[in-house]
Design a protein around this ligand. Structure first.
Ligand code: ADP
Length: 492
């Protein structure tokens, strides 16, 4: 009898359930879109009950669609959008406020206040993070401030906080377990990432009662059981989405690195058992904890990557599908000196410029749609180059290769250009559903379905490798032009 694992991948735009077999092949995928609410410009919220009901639906649909028996599913692994903050009532199990999504900027003033008080260095030392509305701490503060008797109820132990992982485990176990794994906890800005414990000084800064926080646990272990599938299924992994993708790419060791080309880009670099602090605008965070082994990562995020391709499609309407961008880009021999800096929502790592707006440089009478499309694709590669340059600054390490995933990694032109600009090999796996795969691997390790990292490596299959073909002279010239374009964008 074969064994299977179900991964729950709960994201900002959708919830998905993916069933994997023992060889890490995908058996079934089900997906349900979820609404985001934008009550004010810059605010992003979700309904936590809808998050849960969508997860319930996709899990049950996946089981049905697969034709498997419920007992064939040997474990469930959870991976999730990180930082998104939910507070619920302990007695009723009902959320007291909408979930505040990671992108939401409504706590900017709260964060500025904490920065002004001079806590920035201490927070960075303890958490590896920069004070920003992105992380959960200020979002909890917001919810307590905007719920009747919020602070008092929390102090009395009547409210519970969790990121999406905690919320799902709580629901899956019928309220029995209130946990979060180290990777998710490291994004709250409340955990000391060396001690791997909630930190009293941080709790005091944000005035958050300790008794509303979940217990911090490993990323791969059996935490409890769910009867969702109609039998007793172990919940055996919890891990934040980007860390899960790093694991799913089998980047188990220090020096390995993955980049996800989705709406934005998320680059994570495994720094091993030691945390490395960044002087270059990256954050250091926890990768995962399995038994006594803790892995740290350096992370850089680019806000607009695949979203720039969506802009070509929906804004400029010069392509009809994202995939068409490859054909147009390769119709011309080069971008004809055009640079697109897609700073639509400011610039992320390593620039962290909130006010920058997008710009196009190098237009001439000869510029065509093809050049614009090509330059936009190239901007994904240049932005990734900038993050990797920061990484090399921080670590002194050279990158041997970059493993890629996410929707836009399908684009062969982009991958070749990325290899040329980085002068590094790019490795694209057959299965680039690496986020769900990471949680599946973690769950399988916890229940003994997989016995070692080597076994997992053997089950990882490469679709294609891209080797640099461009001369260093040419690469240097192109990067120089990009740097000038970014500088001018920031100065504008
Ligand atoms: P997310 O998980 O952030 O929603 P995905 O990993 O599903 O994103 O990737 C979708 C993004 O990838 C979209 O922004 C889309 O524009 C881009 N994309 C998809 N296919 C291609 C392609 N062939 N070339 C370039 N970009 C693509």
């Amino acid at each position: 009898m074969k064994s299977y694992i179900m991964s729950i991948d709960q994201g900002t735009t959708s919830s998905r359930a993916i069933i994997f077999d023992e060889d890490l092949n995908i058996v079934t995928i089900t997906q349900q879109e979820i609404e985001n609410y934008f009550p004010h410009p810059g605010w992003v919220e979700m309904d936590a009950n809808k998050i849960w009901s969508s997860v319930k639906d996709v899990c049950l649909q996946a089981l049905e669609k697969s034709g498997l028996k419920n007992t064939d599913i040997k474990a469930i692994g959870i991976t999730n959008q990180r930082e998104t903050t939910i507070v619920w009532n302990k007695k009723t199990g009902l959320p007291v406020y909408n979930a505040l999504v990671w992108q939401s900027r409504q706590t900017a003033a709260l964060c500025e206040d904490v920065s002004r008080k001079g806590y920035g260095d201490m927070i960075q030392e303890k958490t590896g993070l920069t004070i920003d509305p992105y992380f959960s701490a200020s979002k909890i503060r917001w919810i307590l401030d905007h719920t009747e008797n919020g602070q008092v109820s929390a102090a009395n132990g009547e409210l519970m906080f969790g990121t999406v992982d905690s919320w799902l485990v709580y629901k899956l176990t019928n309220g029995e377990k209130h946990i979060t794994d180290v990777s998710n906890a490291s994004r709250t800005m409340l955990m000391d990432i060396d001690a791997l414990q909630w930190d009293d000084d941080l709790l005091e800064i944000w005035n958050i009662p300790r008794n509303m926080l979940p217990e911090i646990v490993d990323s791969s272990q059996v935490y409890g059981y769910t009867d969702l599938l109609g039998c007793k299924t172990p919940i055996a992994a919890v891990i934040g989405d980007q860390q899960s993708a790093l694991f799913g790419q089998t980047c188990f060791d220090a020096g390995q690195c993955k980049n996800t080309y989705g709406t934005g880009c998320f680059l994570l670099f495994n720094t091993g058992n030691n945390r490395i602090n960044s002087n270059s605008g990256l954050v250091s965070t926890v990768g995962w904890k399995i038994g006594n082994d803790v892995k740290y990562v350096l992370e850089g995020s680019v806000f607009v990557a695949g979203a720039a391709i969506q802009w070509l499609r929906d804004g400029l309407k010069i392509i009809t599908t994202a995939a068409e961008s490859e054909k147009l880009a390769t119709n011309v021999p080069d971008s004809n000196g055009v640079y697109v800096v897609p700073a639509f929502t400011g610039l992320g790592a390593p620039y962290w410029n909130k006010n920058a707006k997008g710009a196009i440089f190098g237009l001439t009478r000869g510029t065509t749609n093809e050049h614009l499309v090509r330059a936009t694709l190239e901007s994904l590669a240049y932005q990734t180059f900038d993050v990797i340059e920061a990484l090399i600054n921080d670590t002194g390490m050279r990158l041997k290769s970059l493993q890629v995933d996410g929707g836009a990694c399908r684009n062969n032109y982009l991958m070749q250009f990325q290899s040329d600009i980085l002068q590094t090999k790019i490795v694209r796996p057959v299965n680039f559903e690496t986020t769900a795969l990471g949680a599946c691997m973690m769950a399988g390790l916890a229940i003994g379905m997989f016995s070692s990292f080597d076994e997992l490596r053997a089950k990882y299959h490469v679709d294609r490798e891209f080797e640099p073909e461009m001369s260093i002279m040419e690469q240097g010239k192109l990067v120089h032009g990009w740097k000038k374009a970014v500088k001018a964008t920031i100065e504008f």
